[in-house]
Design a protein around this ligand. Structure first.
Ligand code: ADP
Ligand code: ZN
Length: 539
């Protein structure tokens, strides 16, 4: 009946039901929507798939119906803008976007609609906002009281600590300076404490109510394995054993490795496609479209792939290289299982990953404070990778969320890893590095260190007379793989650093307490390359 419709028309619940066809709000949506409808600012942290769009779409409709005008949504994602505008128009909500895909005439048409006050939502790319032309249009709306709300999507892009920094986001604080009475809602699926503070600062959101939804993705199972002799064979086994015929994403660090891995998987009968920024745009688009449309394709990609990709049935996300930090890991693995059905996050990691990531930070042209922050973030990721307890507790803990019990749904919960008292081995290794410096004033890399510990008679050993060191051959009882595992963990724990072009090893100040026997180190065993996965059919 028309009467009831009119009554409901400007309430959040009415809009949710009438326009979107959902019976109720989910999680924190109701609170966020209420805050924004009443004109307050909000910072919303919700995991991917959590329902962020409704947090600004519903208030946009409510406020337009109350005669407050248009909501401007800032988004860097062109595909998402187009999808959302299409869906809104279909639901009878007048929406449009302004981005680089429009011709001049099309853009002018949208601008006319905007100025007419008829639009409910306008999606705009961040680089638009800062143009004099667009600012003049906003000013005109503002003066007529027709600027209802600003929504800033992917708000973490404003933070230089994050992984998707976009300089155009920095100018978004302008919106608050020019239009202080217009409420703002900023949204992101990723934010540790540092990024969160950065967003508040840079977007001037000090007055905003902060809403943090649970970041848990209960349907994702987490596994982190140690790299053996052939990580891609490990990957292949993982795919064949558990995800034959399923859609998945495999992340690699370099373009070359993306190409090689995709080709190799194909040669092994896995339908795989490469995706990275070095490919030409047409082919990239074609691979992306095929991945979205066809079933059971594996996308091998750099981090260039994924933001804004909404494929619900991705069954696994695998990492063949270590991401930069936990936020990156969370965001990338979060692309698995958006449909809520069981999915897996699988990562293989090894000593070389740690060394590479550290070196990339050291060699980056960034300033010291920035590098220091990146190192701390990497350390947190290494601690997750080396963890012997619940991965999910660690992961959520990083985002400031406590999980009372171990999750029962990660590799370490499935089977607690074997640990051993590695204190003595660690002392041997550390003192060997110490002796190198004492003896020849020089530093050496992992290979030579392990040769000396195991008493191997190599050219280099003879050249430097390292067979005369007190640490020569004291570590024969451990295999090379075991020593690599010890070293990796000592690096992850911050007792040793590897630096320079040759990845030479240096003791960190904290190594002292280990050398002096003041701490006990429980280390993970090196996994035997032959040991199969436990969750196979026999298990
Ligand atoms: P995000 O932007 O946080 O990744 P979306 O806004 O794309 O998430 O929402 C994810 C999915 O959940 C969408 O399909 C959306 O329609 C659905 N959804 C969101 N809120 C609700 C709700 N209250 N009831 C039912 N479905 C919802
Ligand atoms: Zn767990």
């Amino acid at each position: 009946p028309p009467d009831r419709f009119r009554l409901d028309a400007a309430t959040p619940e009415g809009v949710l039901q009438d326009i979107f066809g959902y019976p109720r709000f989910r999680g924190l949506q109701a609170e966020v929507v209420a805050q924004v409808c009443r004109g307050g600012d909000a910072l919303v942290l919700m995991p991917t798939g959590g329902g962020k769009s409704l947090c600004y779409q519903v208030p946009a409709i409510v406020r337009q119906r109350r005669g407050l005008g248009v909501t401007v949504v800032v988004s860097p994602l062109i595909a998402l803008m187009q999808d959302q505008v299409g869906a809104l128009e279909e639901a009878g909500v007048h929406a449009a976007f302004l981005n680089s895909t429009l011709s001049t005439e099309q853009a002018q048409q949208v601008e006319r609609e905007l100025l007419s006050g008829r639009l409910t939502l306008l999606y705009a790319a961040p680089e638009r906002i800062n143009t004099p032309r667009f600012l003049a249009q906003l000013q005109s709306l503002y003066e007529r009281g027709q600027l209802a709300l600003f929504a800033i999507d992917e708000a973490h892009c404003v933070s230089q600590w994050g992984h998707d920094f976009r300089s155009e986001y920095l100018s978004l604080s302008l919106l608050h300076e020019r239009y202080p009475e217009v409420p703002r809602i900023a949204l992101t699926a990723t934010a540790d404490a540092l990024t969160r503070e950065d967003m508040i600062e840079r977007l001037a959101l000090q007055q905003a109510e902060v809403y943090v939804d649970s970041f848990d993705r209960p349907n994702i199972h987490y596994t982190i394995v140690e790299k053996g002799a052939s990580p891609r064979e490990q990957l292949l086994r993982f795919i064949r054993d558990e995800h034959e015929g399923a859609a998945g994403v495999v992340y690699c660090q370099s373009r070359r490795k993306v190409d090689d891995t995709a080709q190799w998987l194909q040669s092994q009968g896995i339908p795989a496609l490469p995706y990275h920024a070095g490919m030409d745009a047409t082919q990239r688009k074609q691979h992306q479209d095929r991945f979205l449309r066809e079933e059971g394709l594996v996308m091998v990609a750099t981090v260039a792939f994924g933001m804004g990709i909404d494929k619900p049935d991705v069954r696994f996300v695998a990492h063949l290289d270590l991401p930069k930090n936990i936020e990156g890991y969370y965001q990338e693995t979060g692309r698995a299982g958006r449909d809520g059905a069981p999915a897996q996050a699988w990562m293989a990691y090894g000593l070389a990953d740690v060394v590479n990531q550290r070196r990339m930070i050291d060699e980056s042209p960034a300033g010291d404070t920035f590098k220091q922050a990146q190192r701390r973030k990497l350390d947190a990721l290494l601690a997750l990778a080396e963890a012997t307890d619940c991965r999910r507790q660690r992961l959520l803990g990083y985002f400031g969320e406590q999980l009372a019990q171990p999750c029962g749904h990660c590799d370490n919960c499935d089977q607690p890893p074997d640990t051993w008292d590695g204190t003595e081995a660690a002392r041997m290794l550390l003192s060997c590095i110490y002796r190198f410096e004492q003896h020849s004033g020089q530093r050496f890399g992992a290979g030579h260190l392990i040769d000396v510990l195991r008493g191997k008679d190599s050219d280099k050993v003879r050249q430097y007379q390292h067979d005369s060191l007190s640490t020569w051959g004291i570590g024969r009882s451990l295999s090379e793989a075991q020593w690599r595992a010890v070293l990796r963990q000592l690096i992850a724990l911050g007792h040793v650093r590897s630096e320079g072009e040759y990845n030479t090893l240096v003791l960190e100040p904290s190594a002292r307490s280990v050398l002096k026997g003041e701490v006990v180190l429980r280390l993970r065993h090196a996994s035997e390359p032959t040991r199969g996965r436990r969750r196979g059919p026999q298990a």
